[in-house]
Design a protein around this ligand. Structure first.
Ligand code: IVH
Length: 669
């Protein structure tokens, strides 16, 4: 029997409320925007057909989610409402027809902008200076995040144009660029933390972090799109406002256009959609606004959205298909990446048959098993990913990371606190291949011509068993390989020769030590000045280096502790690589410069990560274990063995107020 409209409306409300809570309050959506929109549309249609069912607390009557506790709540100068959506050309035409009718045939123009996939934020300026920043909150009352907003580089702290009005407000979108997002997730993974589902959630988390240090580290971006005064547009044309914002020093998205009719608007939509993948940030459509503010006023607002603007959503780049199998790939550091093998499916014009699953936690988070039907999404030019399970397969079977490496049959282990399982055999051919490619890459040892194809041949012929063997290759040897002429062989040998001159940080990076990339290699080389000193350093000494914590130190010590790696080092020495470099004098500044902290237990207000950020921001260093070199132990509730050790070694112990006191006293002196 069909559900009654009243029952269906109640069920929809309940679902929407749940998903709004997940999305707005917890930043942990369980469904896609498209699915959410579909539920909302169904409820709206139902309420339109049966107005008696419309309750004042229905999600259709409300603008957004509840602000989260923990922030000061401030009323907006005028509501920050949202936009109605058009999901296809037909719906956009209908919108345009409505506008025409309401403006009674008067000519009008659109301003088309990208719909940036982030979260909106209002910034108040007084006397040319950023005074207050508010998140959208529930649309009427926002959360005050001024301290965090100040860390956004693209948001001017002071406007450039001195003639600018005394008091004004800017509204725009906070986004996280894909590169920052990828870096953040890499870091999360390294630290054994959960990956963020998408840049928007990561941006929301960063903007609402309790500590501005955390926001700063996540590098948010801000695009302005409204210029207001007393809650109303300051100028008579929206286009002019954007230009004025640019002049005042705001970042305004450059993909914008004045369109004199629907056809021009559609052309803009088509053009931007084709550029979508190449942009460094995520966009999910185009926002079209009537340019003239007097016309906007005539068109007015509904309870939820303006009648003078619409959001055209690009078609979803998602599709469902069957997960046929999962296989692992072995990376340079031995880390295993599970790769989903999919029944080929077209997603936004591209055939997809593989998707990344990142690691075991991700598989668990998704609850996915082989045989399930899954939703696949393409975003940007990155590897497609699985969003969720659509339907469990009848004969589904759980996937388990193999106990032995599929390439070398070596042991697979997963260290505590690490997201990845690894093949521990450092001479695993899969690892060696990736290591050789990494070693010769641009920015590392820069060996031109040593790419995939050549490395595969060198391995197949048994010409190299470690990166050191590259330095023994001869022209006659290379000539034995397929498609190799005298000229290229000579060139490659020359390029290998030349790489002997690469400086120490490059050599160190080239070794492929887990967690030691370009930056850490530079810091290590600068601190020790000599590869042998690094190889022989204790865990504690290693942690004296900036940005080197217990995990990285452990990884370095483990690497040089292995016999075959010691041999590798000797062979590279014989090959004449650069083992010494310039020591960099420490130039850390800030009130805590030179101080080494250890954090233990639960602090009353700061999370551990936040305390760490505070200390590092002020030039201090946070390491994992207490030693005689530790300046302070920052201890919270339930501090255990570290506290005992600190007492034993006479290391001063601080509580959280104590840390604040040091920060205060030192920053004023
Ligand atoms: S105009 C009442 N312009 O999309 C006007 N919004 O669904 C509302 N958004 O809450 C905002 N890019 O977070 C506008 N160029 C743009 C936008 C944009 C992204 C977001 C914004 C807003 C939501 C509306």
């Amino acid at each position: 029997m069909k559900e009654s409209p009243a029952k269906r409306a109640a069920a929809l409300r309940k679902q929407l409320e749940h998903h709004e809570y997940q999305y707005y309050v917890l930043d942990a959506p369980e469904i896609t925007d498209a699915e959410y929109d579909a539920l909302m549309r169904e409820l709206k249609a139902l309420e339109d057909a049966h107005p008696e069912l419309r309750t004042p607390d229905s999600p259709t009557q409300r603008v957004g989610g509840q602000p989260r506790d923990g922030f000061v709540k401030v009323a907006h100068s005028s509501p920050m409402l949202s936009l109605d959506n058009a999901l296809n050309e037909q719906e956009l035409r209908e919108f345009d027809t409505r506008v025409q009718a309401l403006l009674k045939g008067e000519p009008y123009e659109y301003v088309a902008e990208l719909k940036l996939d982030g979260l909106s934020m209002a910034a108040q300026y007084e006397d040319g200076q950023l005074n207050q920043a508010l998140t959208r909150g529930d649309g009427r009352i926002g959360e005050e995040v001024t301290g965090n907003a100040r860390t956004i580089r693209s948001l001017p702290l002071r406007v450039r144009d001195k003639t600018f009005s005394k008091k004004f407000e800017v509204r725009g979108e906070v986004v996280m660029q894909r590169s920052s997002f990828d870096r953040l997730n890499e870091k999360q993974e390294k630290e054994g933390l959960k990956r963020f589902a998408n840049p928007r959630n990561a941006a929301a988390g960063a903007l609402r972090a309790l500590d501005p240090g955390v926001t700063a580290a996540r590098r948010l971006d801000y695009f302005a799109y409204f210029l207001l005064q007393n809650g109303k547009p300051m100028l008579a044309s929206h286009w002019d406002s954007l230009e004025q914002l640019v002049a005042a020093g705001f970042k305004v998205n450059r993909h914008r256009r004045k369109c004199k009719d629907l056809d021009e608007l559609l052309a803009f939509i088509r053009e931007t959609e084709s550029k979508r993948d190449a942009l460094p940030y995520e966009t999910d459509g185009v926002v079209a606004k009537i340019d003239s503010i007097p016309q906007q006023e005539r068109l007015g607002w509904t309870a939820k959205a303006p009648r003078w603007a619409i959001a055209f959503k690009y078609p979803a780049r998602q599709a469902s298909t069957v997960l046929e199998n999962i296989e692992v790939q072995v990376g340079r550091t031995g880390a295993l990446t599970p790769v989903a093998h999919l029944k080929p499916v077209t997603v936004g014009g591209v055939t997809v048959s593989r998707a990344t699953l990142h690691n075991e936690d991700e598989i668990a988070r998704l609850g996915v098993e082989i045989g399930d039907t899954v939703l696949v999404e393409r975003s940007g030019d990155v590897i497609p990913k699985i969003v969720r399970v659509v339907e469990q397969g009848q004969h589904r079977r759980p996937y388990q990371i193999p106990k032995h490496c599929p390439i070398c049959h070596g042991h697979i282990v997963r260290e505590e606190g690490e997201a990845a399982s690894r093949c521990v055999n450092s001479s695993c051919p899969a690892r060696l291949r990736e290591t050789l490619l990494h070693f010769s890459a641009r920015g590392v040892m820069d060996i031109d011509g040593l790419g995939d194809a050549l490395v595969d041949q060198l391995l197949a012929r048994g010409f190299v068993h470690s990166v050191a063997d590259l330095y023994k290759l001869t022209v006659p040897q290379l000539l034995e390989l397929e498609r190799m002429g005298e000229k290229s062989a000579t060139k490659i040998v020359k390029n290998i020769e030349k790489s002997r001159l690469q400086p120490l940080p490059r050599v160190l990076n080239g070794l492929g030590i887990p967690f030691v990339g370009e930056r850490t290699a530079q810091l290590l080389a600068g601190h020790f000045g000599d590869l042998d000193h690094i190889a022989n350093a204790s865990l504690e000494t290693l942690q004296e280096v900036d940005e080197v914590g217990p995990k990285v130190a452990e990884s370095i010590a483990q690497f040089f502790g292995e016999k075959r790696n010691r041999e590798l080092v000797e062979n590279l020495r014989k090959a004449g690589l650069q083992f010494t470099g310039e020591k960099q004098p420490k130039k850390k500044s800030g009130p805590l410069a030179g101080l080494i902290f250890v954090i233990t237990g639960t602090l009353p207000t700061l999370k551990r990560e936040e305390a760490k950020a505070r200390i590092e921001e002020s030039g201090g260093k946070v390491v994992g274990s207490v030693s005689s070199k530790t300046s302070y132990l920052l201890a919270g509730e339930d501090a255990g063995s570290k506290l005992d050790k600190a007492r034993e070694l006479n290391v001063p112990v601080l509580d959280e107020p104590g840390l604040f006191a040091i920060l205060d006293s030192r920053s004023t002196t």
